[in-house]
Structures are given as C-alpha cells and as structure tokens.
Design a protein around this ligand. Structure first.
Ligand SMILES: *Cc1c(COP(=O)(O)O)cnc(C)c1O
Length: 385
C-alpha cells in the first residue's frame, strides 16, 4: 500500500549537477564509486541507483552484504560493480563471491574464510585490502599485512586483489590535519611495501568526498563519493575553504532530496491554552494551527519540538509544542487562506524559501549524514526532474 503520510522527492537534475561538479574535481582517469550505504544516505537505494546508472555510474559502494544485495536487485541485468566496505557475514560469503561482488578484507580470519568460500564456489574472491593507517577502526597493520600477503600468494587461484585502500579520520576538518598527514605517509609506506610483493593491484583508493576536496594528491585510482553526490558538503568548513579559494559565493552543489507532506487538519486555539502533550507551548495570543501528519516515528526528530520550521503557503512557520510520534502542530496564524490538504515542506523549497537540511540538522543537533540516514526506508521516494 502506498497511503503514506509524507513523501520524498529525488531530483534528477540536481543529481546531474552534483555529478558534473564532482567530475570536474577528479582527474579523468579516476573511477568514481557512488557510495550508497545507509539506504543511499536516506535517498532510497532504488531510485538513487537508477538515476546514477542513467548517468554512466558503474561502481557502487555499500557497507554490508545486505546493502549489496539491495543494489544487486536494482541492477537486474545492468552491469555495475558493487563493493562492500564493511561487513560480510560468513554465511553471505558464497553469495558475494559467486556474484562477483567486491569486498574489503581487513583481517586474517576474513581472508581465510574468503579463500574457503571461493574454493567452494569455484571462483576467485574479488578483494580490496584495507590498511590500518591511523583511523584505528578496521584494517591490516604492517605485520598482519605481511602475513596476509603470504597467504594470498599461496592461494592466488582463489583471490584476486583488486585494490588496496584506507579511510581518513575526518578529512572534512582542518583540526584533523596532523593526524591525516600521518595517515598519508603511513598509507604510502604500506602501499609501496605491498607493491613490492604484488604487482597487479588496479585500484589504490583513500578518498571520500572531503578527501578529494582537501587531499586531492591522495585520490589514486578510485574515489568513494557519498555526501557530495547528494548535494551536501561534508562540513561547512569544506565549502568555505573551496569557495574562498575559488572566489565564488554560490554553492556549486544542489540538494537533491525534498520531503513533503500536507495539512491534515486546522484548528483555532484561544490565548492561554496549551497545545498538544504537556505544557511546553502556551498560546500567548489567539492562534490558528495546522496539524501535520509526521512525527518522530516518521523521521521528524523529537528534538525539533518548539524549534522546527516548515514551509506552508510560501512562508516559513514554526513547529509549536512537542513533536509527537506521528504528528506535529505548526502555527499558520500568519498564513491566511491555508486549507486542509495544502502542501507542507519539511525539507526543500517552496517559492523563494527553503528549509535546508543543515538548518534542520542544526536545530535538532544532528549532522547531515545522521538526519538523512534516519529518514525511514518505508517512505515513498519519487524521482522528479
Ligand atoms: C561512507 C564512506 C565514504 C563516503 O564518505 P562521504 O563523506 O559521504 O563522501 C567513503 N569511504 C568509506 C570507507 C566510507 O565508509
């Protein structure tokens, strides 16, 4: 059933704009991997992968084998590479290998299991060796790497090492500069010792969105781009740095997501009355309010109680009182003529005004990444132009 109380729109033209911008930031021979973990950062794996494919993207990165499966389903008989940067449970290894899905290997246990599964399937596992360079998350240290390489060489029929990679610990912020400089040299060292023993690694990759902007010298052969393809800067700082460097004032990226619903009911509230649960909002004058059918159960954070803003009738108006599980109240006193069924924009544009994800995020103390990925999977996603 598609009787949802709100919907998400995905703009094809905004996506194309972002992709074009990202391509101008990358040398021509660099492969672009579209990072679609977290349900394509809340945009919906299905619509997002479809518009990426329309635009000649043929490499997708995800976190888990479960997400890889979702991308695989969307691909159908269209060709594209899928790369898992995180977890493949042992029970998924055979499916992953038989469907030629690439995956990160970051410890010896995983490597051994990959060899076993590849033997069973009768096809080599396509792996990327993740190197520990200072993020202290997952990855081979120098000593483990040397053991891993020996094991790989012994089992080279069952393993194809496509890549070697790392991830920088917060490339979006200058405050991590020293730490990342150390990671860079560590990465270069590990890669060169790897190349001494293995000659045909195709893809060296280390950069996410912030990485390509701030450490372009580290791009290598493949860039793993998430947040920027959706039209957001990895941090405000990254945008400021770019725009002051290039002397531009306008944002070259365009948000591709909008989130919309419509008014469910309208009410007059007398001065002195409380609105909704508890007593956090007291009407200080006679008000007209509209009830809007989204709440924290639909991805509209409870911390937006009394502070959220939405657009109605091309005006920016306030969320008043608590955000309920499935409902918010907004103040339409100054939007005369508002009727049941009128559009409410939670994220996006209406007329000249816009509710940006950043403002929404600031008000609810979430970063872009968190707010987006919390948008429920079940909301309908509609591709628009
Ligand atoms: C999420 C992720 C990316 C993409 O990061 P963005 O900041 O969204 O571009 C790249 N690499 C790895 C390993 C990731 O986990």
């Amino acid at each position: 059933m598609t009787w949802h109380t709100s919907k998400i729109e995905i703009s094809r033209s905004a996506y194309l704009n972002n992709l074009t911008f990202i391509r101008t930031q990358l040398p021509e021979n660099v492969k672009l991997s579209s990072v679609v973990k977290g349900n394509a950062y809340g945009h919906g794996i299905k619509p997002f992968v479809n518009i990426a494919l329309e635009n000649q993207i043929n490499h997708f990165s995800v976190f888990s084998s479960e997400e890889a499966w979702q991308v695989f389903e969307v691909l159908g008989d269209r060709q594209a590479d899928i790369m898992i940067m995180g977890i493949v449970p042992d029970e998924a290894l055979e499916w992953v290998i038989s469907n030629e899905i690439q995956f990160y290997v970051f410890d010896l246990g995983r490597l051994t299991n990959a060899i076993k599964a590849a033997k069973k399937v009768g096809k080599p596992a396509l792996i990327h060796l993740e190197l520990e360079t200072g993020m202290n998350r997952t990855g081979f240290t120098e000593k483990e790497l040397s053991e891993a390489v020996s094991l790989i060489i012994e089992n080279d029929v069952y393993l194809k090492v496509l890549g070697a990679c790392t991830h920088f610990a917060g490339a979006e912020s200058i405050s991590n500069y020293v730490r990342i400089e150390r990671q860079k040299s560590r990465y270069i060292e590990l890669c060169s010792s790897l190349q001494d023993r293995m000659r045909n690694i195709q893809f060296f990759h280390a950069c996410c969105s912030a990485g390509i902007m701030r450490y372009p010298e580290m791009v290598g052969d493949l860039a793993r781009i998430g947040i920027m393809q959706y039209g957001f800067w990895p941090s405000y700082e990254t945008f400021i740095e770019y725009s002051s460097d290039k002397l531009i004032k306008t944002d070259p990226l365009k948000r591709i997501i909008s989130w919309k619903t419509s008014i469910m009911d309208i009410k007059d509230v007398k001065r002195g009355e409380y609105i909704g649960y508890g007593s956090i909002y007291l009407a200080s004058k006679d008000l007209k309010i509209a009830l809007v059918p989204v709440g924290y159960g639909n991805g509209y954070s409870r911390s937006l109680s009394n502070v959220g803003r939405v657009l109605v009738g091309e005006k920016r108006i306030a969320v008043i009182g608590r955000v309920n599980m499935n409902l918010i109240a907004v103040d339409i006193t100054d939007v005369p003529g508002t009727q049941k069924g009128d559009e409410v924009v939670l994220i996006g544009k209406q007329g000249e005004l816009e509710i940006s994800v950043a403002s929404f995020g600031d008000a609810s103390n979430q970063i872009n990444y968190e707010l987006l990925t919390r948008l429920p999977d079940k909301l309908p996603r509609i591709i628009v132009d």
